[in-house]
Design a protein around this ligand. Structure first.
Ligand SMILES: Nc1ncnc2c1ncn2[C@@H]1O[C@H](COP(=O)(O)OP(=O)(O)OP(=O)(O)O)[C@@H](O)[C@H]1O
Length: 462
């Protein structure tokens, strides 16, 4: 189900609270609204017969758009429809077309790829032109030119973006090729599970399934190989996977935060193999490239409508230098602040400096704070901060929340009570329960322990 449909009750509840709607306004105008369909990034909402589309549009269009963006993390256009709207047939046809398009995209989805990370959206500059050219060559002739291709560079500089671009390119040009993208965390956790299940079931089927998944590919992309660190069984298995693919002429693409020679815990035989092909680095972009990346993002995310002044874009490009994720994040934060003020303030340097406040200070001396931990947990699991702070109990939200509690408790000296307040007003005993649970489980659950240590490294890379 589309995320807007799934979270609709939460979205309108958020609207009710944020805009202080009275019970009567809420039940008359908002509660009867129904999501008719969501096609790509447009939400069609059906207004019931007794209400006026014009009135709802005038009063609630903007607030609703903001709430949808806040809850889902994506900006949607919103179109209100009356029940007898003539456009309904047209929308049904659009939905069928969009569905067909989605089906044809599924190879890329199956391969675990982000549709936004393609060569077309990647800005080439002096910092990445070698890595970009090598990636394109590999994408054009997989298994034939540089094998493996080893991409390395600091946090948030575009390694994942380039890897996904290669995979998209190959799938578009040779749809029959088997392409698999995973992080080394997934590889490790799946291996741990396969070993565990193989043992309890007393047979090798879990392991052979695992081997099938990783060896039966034309192209294997492993992201963030540095997290394979120090684990003998994982390195051993990866070594065999690597050999199997390489000797059959299959393409391997690896990324890391460091070149192979500097990954201390990497076994020598893997290091040598990583050096067989081509090693390409990505460094921090210069000012012109940062400006070009910001312009590209404005174009791709359709942010022109905000008329962000040139001096504001220059201000961001001047101040956020070493991480492109933060460069993009600053632009998102600026727009969010502007909308939060109901567009009352102007987008200017003052607002931009407010948007950059946390980013600049956390970068200069990256102090480990509850905010930093929550940001990293949110990004790692793909769960929004709003959800982490909510009372939702489904495991895909509550486990990351408990991991955040545990990490905040063990990596900062924040008292349990303050952690509870920070996490949306939980009481002291809930936090204690979460911290105790993870403390116990990391000693018995190897997958969890692996995930927690990876998140710790992301928080404190030193
Ligand atoms: N040259 C570029 N052009 C356009 N966008 C870029 C470029 N480089 C990075 N980005 C964007 O910056 C963000 C971070 O990039 P990415 O996730 O690829 O970094 P990474 O090097 O893999 O980071 P990590 O070390 O955390 O794994 C992404 O949204 C990506 O699209």
């Amino acid at each position: 189900m589309n995320i807007v449909k799934e979270k609709w009750q939460e979205i309108i509840e958020h609207l009710r609270i944020e805009h202080g709607l009275s019970n009567v306004s809420f039940s008359t105008w908002i509660q009867p609204l129904k999501v008719y369909d969501v096609i790509e990034t447009t939400v069609f909402i059906l207004v019931n017969m007794n209400a006026s589309v014009e009135y709802i549009e005038k009063k609630y269009l903007l607030p609703l758009k903001v709430c949808i963006a806040e809850i889902t993390g994506t900006e949607y256009e919103v179109i209100f429809l009356s029940e007898d709207d003539e456009r309904i047939d047209e929308i049904q046809n659009m939905a069928i077309e969009a569905n067909q398009k989605k089906k044809s995209k599924s190879a890329a989805e199956k391969a675990g790829l982000n549709p936004k990370y393609t060569f077309d959206t990647f800005v080439v500059g002096g910092n990445n032109n070698f890595a970009h050219a090598a990636s394109l060559a590999v994408a054009e002739s997989p298994g034939e030119v540089y094998n493996p291709l080893f991409l390395y560079g600091g946090v948030g500089l575009g390694k994942t973006h380039l890897m996904h671009s290669i995979a998209h390119f190959i799938l578009e040009n040779s749809p029959k090729k088997k392409v698999l993208y995973v992080t080394s965390e997934t590889f490790t956790n799946e291996l741990i599970d396969a070993l565990k299940n193989g043992k309890t079931a007393g047979n090798e089927s879990a392991m052979s399934k695992f081997r099938d998944k990783y060896r039966n590919n034309d192209v294997l992309l492993i992201d963030d190989i540095q997290f394979i660190i120090g684990k003998e069984s994982t390195q051993e298995e990866f070594f065999h996977t690597f050999n199997h693919l390489h000797t059959s002429g299959k393409q391997i693409i690896i990324s890391s935060d460091k070149p192979p020679k500097d990954i201390e815990t990497l076994e020598a035989r893997l290091r040598t193999r990583f050096e067989w092909g081509l090693i390409a680095d990505i460094s921090a972009p210069n000012y012109e490239t940062r400006m070009a990346i910001l312009q590209k993002k404005i174009e791709l995310d359709k942010l022109e409508k905000y008329n962000i002044p040139q001096d504001v874009i220059e201000y961001i490009a001047t101040n956020v230098k070493t991480n492109i994720r933060e460069l993009e994040g600053s632009l998102n934060k600026l727009i969010a602040l502007y909308k939060l003020n109901n567009n009352a303030t102007e987008i200017d340097i003052t607002l931009a400096s407010e948007a950059l406040k946390d980013i600049i200070s956390s970068k200069n001396n990256r102090e480990v704070t509850p905010e930093l931990i929550l940001d990293i947990v949110s990004e790692h699991f793909g769960v929004s901060i709003v959800d982490l702070k909510s009372n939702k109990r489904n495991a895909d939200i509550s486990t990351p929340r408990q991991i955040a509690m545990y990490l905040i408790r063990s990596m900062t000296d924040t008292p349990l009570k303050s952690i509870g307040i920070f996490l949306g007003g939980k009481d002291h005993s809930t936090v204690k329960h979460g911290v105790d649970k993870i403390t116990k489980e990391v000693t018995t659950d190897e997958t969890l322990s692996n995930t927690v240590s990876i998140i710790k490294k992301k928080i404190n890379p030193a």
